[in-house]
Design a protein around this ligand. Structure first.
Ligand SMILES: *[C@@H]1O[C@H](CO)[C@@H](O)[C@H](O)[C@H]1NC(C)=O
Length: 483
């Protein structure tokens, strides 16, 4: 018989023997996972925090830079140009002038002839000013220069003073400073202008066997700035001489500059200039289509930035004035014109045409200065709001709209232009064209060239002598002949 199998008594539920370790393993895995997630979150938070700190730091440093830039902009002299101080009384009266109470300024003194001022001079002013907060520039007078150099400067007192006053980096101008300063005079200057440092280029300035700045050195108030390589007045004069002598060789006419009698000498001078290779490429090669203008000056973006430090965008609602030109051999006439143009509105854009455009309108071997050099010179002018590099020759509605131009100005005296079409047709139609009377109608590039022609013999001797010393400078400084 078979018995019904009695169900086994329900046993208390029991975990299988393998369940417990599995559970423990699972829990600890879960715990580890949770811990890992927490750690990851903490790391993320730390990273975000670090990033925020980094952001704050970089914002702070940007703010600091902005403040420095603003301070620099504040230092950059505003529109009113420095008023030239009255010509100096004799240094003997120095004791009578009480020393002004100390101002929160570091006052820098630089002096020189600054004939045919170029961006090399401007760069020196910029560097000199950067050593302090206020730059006083002493300008030698015509008589003193003529006495010491044996030739009058190409630009007269009024023209040189106007140019220096128009420079963005110059705060004050002192006229009629003698070409060679003695210790008494320098002491007088230091007291009269409350000068902290006398600044000059690092090339020695020897006149009659004496270092002009020896007395400033002795007073412990002398500082040097590195010389701006690649440009000098001598070199620019060289370009002009080369320009005209090359013109001579390519035409049957006697060179207006060198003259038939001086032809042989002229060739020699051309060779001198060529051997120094100041501007060996200056001559048009195969007509104007092969026009090349080379400069030894390296226009880096850093240099442009430094020169453009005072430039800005037009403030909202500003009345924008536009002028354009070649601005070759940027001179006092240009500076005065830009001043007059800037007064027609609140902001001045200066268009600068490229070398090929200038050459195609001016012919021969113009421009004397290449586009980069002309841009630097225009940027250095305190009346320039900003520059427009290589704008269209014929002004267009598009550019007038893009730059929000309200007034277009043009001088009554401009360098010769053989163009028959009118580049200002559009602004004339729009009724925004204005003409400005030239305050220095005598100043044109052609006129500057003929001034050099006038005292060409004196200049030639001076240029040749200076060349030899410059060549020496290059070979002693760099151990090679400049080429
Ligand atoms: C454009 O110039 C006019 C003044 O001529 C000014 O009122 C306007 O605000 C300027 N526009 C801009 C966008 O700045």
């Amino acid at each position: 018989m078979w018995r019904r199998a009695t169900p086994p008594p329900p046993s208390p539920p029991q975990w299988p023997s393998y369940a417990l370790p599995t559970l423990i393993a699972g829990l600890s895995t879960l715990l580890l996972a949770v811990l890992a997630v927490l750690a990851a979150l903490r790391a993320l938070r730390r990273a975000l925090h670090a990033e925020r700190l980094a952001c704050e730091a970089s914002v702070a440093s940007l703010r600091r830079e902005l403040r420095l830039l603003e301070a620099a902009a504040d230092h950059a002299p505003a529109h009113p140009p420095p008023t030239p101080t009255a010509p100096h009384p004799a240094p003997e009266t120095a004791e009578a002038i009480p020393r002004s109470p100390r101002k929160p300024q570091i006052r820098i003194w630089m002096d020189g002839a600054f004939d045919m001022m170029h961006y090399g001079h401007v760069n020196a002013f910029r560097q000199g000013r950067a050593l302090g907060t206020h730059l006083v520039v002493g300008v030698n007078d015509d008589a003193s220069i003529t006495r010491c150099k044996g030739a009058p400067p190409v630009m007269n007192d009024a023209e040189r003073l106007a140019m220096i006053s128009a420079c963005r980096f110059v705060d004050e101008v002192a006229p009629a400073v003698p070409y060679v300063m003695d210790e008494t005079y320098l002491r007088w200057v230091i007291q009269r202008y409350d000068i902290d440092f006398v600044v000059h280029g690092d090339d020695p300035c020897i006149v009659d066997g004496k270092d002009v700045y020896a007395s400033a050195q002795a007073l412990g108030k002398y500082r040097t700035i590195p010389r701006t390589e690649g440009v000098s007045t001598t070199e620019i004069v060289g370009r002009m001489l080369l320009l005209t002598s090359e013109h001579h060789t390519s035409s049957s006419h006697a060179s207006p500059l060198l003259g038939a009698a001086a032809e042989a000498d002229g060739r020699k001078l051309t060779q001198v200039l060529h051997s120094f290779s100041l501007d060996g490429e200056a001559a048009p090669r195969g007509g104007s289509s092969g026009f090349v203008r080379e400069s030894k000056f390296m226009t880096t973006s850093q240099m442009l930035r430094l020169f453009a430090a005072g430039c800005a965008t037009p403030p909202p609602g500003a009345r924008v004035v536009y002028v354009d030109g070649g601005w070759d051999m940027f001179h006092a006439g240009h500076a005065n014109f830009l001043k007059a143009a800037s007064e027609l509105g609140d902001f001045l854009y200066v268009g600068i045409h490229n070398d090929v455009v200038v050459n195609s309108h001016r012919g021969s071997n113009f421009p004397i200065m290449n586009l980069n050099e002309r841009v630097l010179s225009v940027l250095a002018c305190r009346y320039t709001g900003d520059v427009v590099i290589d704008p269209p020759w014929h002004m267009t509605r598009e550019m007038i709209a893009a730059l929000n131009i309200s007034v277009v100005a043009h001088g009554t005296v401009a360098d010769a232009n053989d163009d028959e079409s009118d580049p200002y047709e559009v602004p004339k139609k729009l009724g925004i064209y204005r003409e400005i009377d030239s305050t220095m109608p005598q100043l044109t590039v052609d006129n500057i060239v003929s001034r050099i022609q006038a005292n060409h013999e004196k200049m030639k001797a001076k240029v040749t002598k200076k060349m030899a010393s410059e060549r020496e400078y290059y070979s002693s400084r760099y151990g090679f002949e400049a080429s």
